[in-house]
Design a protein around this ligand. Sequence first.
Ligand SMILES: Nc1ncnc2c1ncn2[C@@H]1O[C@H](COP(=O)(O)OP(=O)(O)OP(=O)(O)O)[C@@H](O)[C@H]1O
Ligand SMILES: [Mn+2]
Length: 520
Amino acid sequence: MRYFIPKEYSHRVYNLSKRGLKMKLKSRAVVSTLGLLALFILVAVNSSSLFFMHEGIDKLSRANLTLNLYKSGSSDSDSDSRHALFSDGGSDSLSTKERKKNISDLLVQKDEIVERLLEFLSNINDSGFDFDGYMSYTYSDLVQELSAGRLTKARTLRLSPTGRRDKLTNFDLFHGGIRQFALYNPNSPYVEGLLEDMHTQPIVSMDTMEKGTQLKMGVVFSNGARAVFKPMRWPRDRETDPNHFYFNDYERHNAEIAAFYLDRLLGFYSVPPVAGRFVNMTSEIMWLSTKKLQKTFYTSPVNNLCFFGECTYYCDSRHSFCGNGDIIEGSFMAFLPPDKFALRQRWKSPWRRSYSKLRKAEWEVDDNYCQEVRKTTPYNNGKMLLDIIDMHIFDFLTGNMDRHHLEIFKDFGNYSFLIHLDNGRGFGKISHDERSILAPLQQCCLIRESTFLKLLKFYTGPEKLGQLLRNSLERDVLRPLLADGHYTALDRRVTVILKTVYLCLEKTDKYNNVIIKDKF
Ligand SMILES: Nc1ncnc2c1ncn2[C@@H]1O[C@H](COP(=O)(O)OP(=O)(O)OP(=O)(O)O)[C@@H](O)[C@H]1O
Ligand SMILES: [Mn+2]
């Protein structure tokens, strides 16, 4: 396998030492003196709310957001020179009232509590939040602006370069492009290229993966790329059995694919690229696998080829994977770099479920659970807790209750992003919203501002999350990937999240206590 660090990325490094942050701030100051000017205003307004954040990070974040999200208030600087995401729209011929009315006409389903949230936001003049400017943005523009912090030229993994650059595959480029705050850059052509490769490249090796509890296979393609293959277990319109506990639920190949697109749509960039593919069970699985695995193949009474493979759970003839003839669908998730190049660290999530029918987890019985978590390393660094909350919001949207571990690249340290592997237990229920997945948001009453603004945009429209995801999923060969009801469920769940945020705001009555401005 070949690795390299793309040249254009290797010269700027996020250094978490104070000196590093100061240097970063300094370079920003050169780019925009206005940023600093507005920073001071913001610092004065918000100094009390971000008490738990690392001081340096705090400054950096505010500088960034001042540039993008806020009106300059009493600042006398020239607004055209700013990258103002939310311009004040002064030249617009419509009055504020008219614009608000036009926008609210676009709302399909209003929710009384979220309406109150909007009212609250339109009235918080003192923090300089430009509500009208925000409302005039489309989701696509918004996500570009708000997720930019994740894609800045943070450092990549230290993978040693071998091989010539023109010979590098999309898979190599994906590994070379993994950064401290995002797994990939959605604007880089290698992402689409890798999806295409996983869909078209001949499969040359297929082996059972030892890791995890349910069957999954390690695949090697002819160009050297590797992927985790999860075959289709059941039809995509079949919902989770309500009598099953979350830990008895099967994995769904389509959920893995949909989760990748949802994560990308939300601007998190934490799920490795996943592509769907039809696989020939005879030539692409059986002939390539071990004798042991081959022994689990059989022909079903209706002449479909089936196998059950080897794994800790559900690998017996009552839980088989059966093809249509000998063709089966499956998801292919790009492999992360192997441990010897980039070690990952995995530990139990504080909001892990008990995985027992009888026992409750600590977070389920202790209302002050978050206050304790916030004091502990690494959740006190100002980023990881917000990442966990983002992750649970993501899991709540898909309905995945199976987030038992947190995982990062060791090389990036505690101030890095969480990798979202294992999304196969999402999209199992259409009409049920599992609110307990939102526990970290509910208990900590914190949400990253960018996440909040993105979700709110789905509520105000005109673009809705369900429709946007439906459009994205059209690209995959296994379309349609989700039963129709899942798209409506997503829109409904956005509202549930926003209501949760409003209830937090109501408790503290202060925007900055709940909605945290950091650079992500
Ligand atoms: N894309 C990937 N690249 C590298 N390793 C991976 C990838 N996907 C999964 N793995 C490895 O396999 C392990 C198990 O994967 P996954 O969590 O999807 O399976 P699982 O059967 O649901 O596991 P569990 O029972 O622990 O929930 C992961 O923790 C990770 O170490
Ligand atoms: Mn799992």
